[in-house]
Design a protein around this ligand. Sequence first.
Ligand code: HEM
Length: 457
Amino acid sequence: MITNRLSRWTPLFFLLALVNFVGAQALVLAGVTWPATSLGAAGTLIAIHLLVIGWLLLLVLGALFQFVPVITTLPLGSQAAALVCLVAVEGGLLGMLAGFLGVAGVAPRLAWLLPAGGGVVTTGISIAIWNLGVPLARARPRSLPGRMVTTGLAFLVATVTLGLLFGSVLAAPAAMPGLAPILGGVGEHALAGLGGWFTLTAMGVSYKLLPMFMLAPEDRGALGRWVHVVGATGFTLAVLAGLAAIWLPIAVIVDLRRAGDLAIGLAVALYLWDVRRIYRDRKRVSIELHNGVAIGAFAFLGVAVALAAIAAAVHRLDAVAPSLVFLIVFGWLGGLGIAQLYKIVPFLAWLVRYGGRLGRGPVPRVQDLVRDGAALPWFIAYQVGVSCAAIAAVMHRPVAFRIAMTPVAIATIGLAVEYWRAWHATYAGTAPNAPPAAAAGPVTKHPSLLINRGDRP
Ligand code: HEM
């Protein structure tokens, strides 16, 4: 049964992820985050973790719970575990946010919630890794997307381990004085999370989704394998050498860190070249809106890496690092996320509503559940806003940054409404060429945000 391929809790992951995304943007617009305040301000740390854990982590885990069974053709360890993971990650995140207020001195008595909340988030992530690891470990042969996701998960473990260490040191500095220098590894924590985890995973998932929806060859050959190996080596080298340099800043370690950075740049260049090949070799003539919009996200990734290379060459990497984080979080990962949601949400809605009716009369197409004309202006507003905000950030113009972020926030809400409409099949049957069954009236099921019990694998 087609609906057996559904991950029961994925829609709820997406809903919460969007709520967190909007919440983080509200903090940016309120001026309580960088660049209006400092990088270490409570508002900045709260917003960044709302973005990376609340938005991106929930989005990626929700998508992986749906797509790892597709990549491996094997079921998850457990559907119920996905719900436990969701509750732990969101609940732990709320604790962490209170803890950031504590360590920043706003509400000192809450400081303990930083390591405690981080511990709960880590528990949720461990459950997700087990749940995804069951099919990933059993799959034979191991596909490139599967291998890249596995590597990404290893970096996720490194990221949260470092985060937990930071949280413990900040919450109880007197208890572990010897560990205080680890706080110098914030850059490595960010690199392991945004690069090793999110970027390698997004690359791996895109190697499945782009060819699938554009009818392009899925086997990426040697180039795809190089992207994985060079990228994984680069992130490993950069993170380990960067951490080692905190205690041992000798030339050879600093050089290893640079070699890691170079390998990361090379892997991204190879990947973008390969993505260009996928678009060029596609069999589907017209590019669907979500894949058209994704080109903007790939461009943001390229711009971020080019900016990093230029800044490193003129010894200004530290100064542009926050702008790089912004470009990666909002432009590359966020841009790809909102684009892919525009396909994944109607795809899931279609499976739930019409999957069981396949072969028993006409049903609408997945494409009939969305209206490109309504979504396109939001995508444009988002990408133009992020571009302007990135320029304002590089030029240290906090007011201009917030003005540029206004259309980004409005577009995010506009797109969330479009996803909601797709989920509820609001547009089905309204297109001029819609099949009669779509226009004929009630659908077989009206999915709540939780997929019906009977649809569980
Ligand atoms: C996907 C997971 C995560 C990612 C991508 C991530 C990313 C980041 C980034 C980009 C920063 C730098 C923010 C800035 O400079 O303003 C940061 C700082 C920090 N993160 Fe995370 N983080 C993650 C998980 C965690 C977890 C689970 C904890 C546990 C408590 C944590 C604790 C911290 C702390 C304490 C800081 C500030 C360190 C300091 O200012 O000295 N992070 N994180």
